[in-house]
Design a protein around this ligand. Structure first.
Ligand code: PLP
Length: 388
């Protein structure tokens, strides 16, 4: 079946839930058993049968099944946030004295977790150039236990050649973890491109409506139990209500993302023609240095991209951002509405140097009519120029 058909049918079976179309919300801490023998023989490694609320309920499993199957993974686990998913996935692989390779383009809080928590426990964290490709082999040590990728970076939008990195990693029996929030299970089939453990901020496009915090880890068969056990051992879980909302959002991820991608490309192409803009960082554009890799590996693009301005003052940047009426100023993305931030990338780079001459603006393009968004950006550019 095609993925749009699957989206409507995965993770639900009305005959098993009283004919209701959607899997109901099963809220639970305690789950009771018919007798002491059954209670005593709960299978330890089976995380998809009722045991205790922390391990999920049919509501959680419905979401996990739908996301894992859409992405082509073996299994998935839902957690309370994307960051918790990153932390738990990393902790499944690295211990004191181990070496971990992390892309220099990683999401800021991922870096903070590595630099403070993992390094604090004695893990050697080393950042690498996101464009490294097969040369990652030169950084691999005998104690390298995982390679963490993110493509494209959610601020800098550099594509990574994940298959090339994975070939080197797998030749040395090292797992590849990837933050695939931008690609989503709908547009990036991680496991066909060498990812072993795919991590999503479900908060973004999976939920899709800016109202739930959620993380998802999807794995292949080999790494399922080490990851799932680590999640259980840290006590991470997610609520049935949040999983219900996430699966409800996930049903429409296809139509949302296809429309948001079309809107984003229209706005991005318009920005490319503007005299205020130096360059647009968006792998979906032919002019982007990562376009060929994106086209090879991805089935579509998220509607999150950035653009570099010709040098303007901080006051002018604020005038531009504050003048936007249809773009909310705030963290996160992947909802139905447009957002803007002005990221400062340079402090988040250590393996590579980020050019600071050109101020950056990041747009998340929502489901609004792109012509209205363009008109809004156009009037904001006038305000920016006038603020000089
Ligand atoms: C938002 C985000 C996360 C973290 O997700 P939360 O649910 O906000 O914790 C991780 N990675 C990327 C790329 C993100 O954009």
């Amino acid at each position: 079946m095609k993925k749009d058909t699957l989206l409507g049918h995965l993770g639900r079976n009305p005959s098993q839930h009283h004919g209701t179309i959607n899997m109901p919300v099963f809220r639970a801490s305690t789950i009771v058993f018919p007798d002491l023998e059954t209670y005593g023989s709960r299978p330890a490694d089976d995380y998809k049968t009722p045991r205790y609320g922390i391990h999920g309920t049919p509501t959680t499993w419905a979401l996990e099944e739908a996301v894992a199957k859409m992405e082509g993974g073996y299994n998935a686990v839902a957690l309370c946030s994307g960051l918790a998913a990153i932390a738990a996935a990393l902790c499944a692989f690295v211990k004191t004295g181990d070496h971990l390779l992390v892309t220099d383009s990683a999401y800021g809080p991922t870096r903070t977790f590595c630099d403070r928590q993992l390094a604090g426990f004695g893990v050697q964290v080393e950042y690498y150039d996101p464009l490294i490709g097969a040369d990652i082999k030169n950084l691999i040590k005998t104690n390298t236990k995982a390679i963490f990728c993110e493509a494209p970076g959610s601020l800098s939008f550099e594509m990574q050649d994940i298959p090339a990195i994975a070939r080197e990693a797998h030749a040395r029996n090292i797992p590849v973890l990837a933050d695939t929030t931008w690609g989503t299970p709908y547009f990036f089939r991680s496991f066909e491109h060498g990812v072993d453990v795919s991590i999503h901020a479900g908060t973004k496009y999976i939920v899709g409506h800016s109202d739930v915090m959620l993380g998802m880890i999807v794995t292949n068969e080999r790494y399922w139990l080490p990851v799932r056990k680590t999640v259980a051992e840290y006590g991470y879980c997610s609520s049935a209500d949040d999983c219900y909302l996430a699966l409800r959002g996930f049903r429409t991820i296809g139509v949302r993302m296809k429309q948001q991608m079309a809107n984003a490309i229209k706005v991005a192409r318009w920005l490319q023609q503007r005299p205020e803009v130096k360059r647009v960082l968006y792998p979906a554009l032919e002019s982007d240095p990562g376009h060929a890799i994106w086209k090879r590996d991805f089935e579509g693009a998220a509607s999150l991209f950035a653009f570099a301005l010709h040098p303007v003052s901080r006051k002018q940047i604020a005038a531009f951002v504050n003048a936007l009426k249809l773009f909310g100023i705030g963290s996160s993305w992947g909802g139905y509405e447009s957002l803007v931030t002005a990221p400062n990338i340079a402090p988040l780079r250590t393996a590579t140097k980020w050019n600071t001459d050109n101020p950056m603006i990041r747009f998340h393009i929502g489901l609004e009519d792109p012509d209205d968004l363009i008109a809004d950006v156009e009037q904001a550019f006038v305000r920016m120029t006038n603020a000089a």
